[in-house]
Design a protein around this ligand. Structure first.
Ligand code: THU
Length: 138
């Protein structure tokens, strides 16, 4: 598999940040991800007057991934208005884990790190299976 072009991914996240709808926080965020089959998908935060229902950039990215045909995520970059790497919030770590797995490479201020480092001991399909295997009383 080809090298991950982090420079390109960071630039695409910055571009997406420019399309953010963040009138309430004034904090635009952009996210871009490389899929295992070589596509780039992106997203930006989309806020709402009902503040709690705003969408994070990573959430919109995942929606675009699935509505664009799906696939697995290989690497993701998220940035703020300065273009600096932004740590995905806890909810978004779980969203990204679903579509990239623990080996998904996530850009951070310390450089790319696997999701298993950002979200250790994560809740996953194995937790559901364990109860299903054990029956309803397990
Ligand atoms: N935000 C994201 O888009 N992604 C994150 O991982 C952290 C926070 C957005 C949510 C809100 O629109 C704004 O940043 C300020 O919290």
């Amino acid at each position: 598999m080809a090298e991950i072009d982090w420079k390109d991914l960071r630039a695409k996240a910055y571009e997406a940040m420019g399309r953010a709808y963040a009138p309430y926080s004034g904090f635009p965020v952009g996210a871009a991800a490389l899929t295992r089959d070589g596509r780039v998908v992106s997203g930006c935060n989309v806020e709402n007057v009902s503040h709690g229902i705003g969408l994070c950039a990573e959430c919109v990215l995942v929606g675009n991934l699935i509505s664009g045909g799906g696939g697995r995520l290989r690497a993701v970059a998220v940035c703020d208005a300065r273009g600096a790497a932004l740590a995905p919030c806890g909810r978004c770590r779980q969203l990204l884990l679903e579509h990239g797995g623990p080996e998904l490479s996530v850009d951070t201020v310390e450089g790319p790190l696997p999701m298993s480092v950002l979200l250790p001991l994560a809740f996953g399909p194995g937790d559901l299976d364990a109860v299903r295997r054990g029956g309803v009383d397990a």
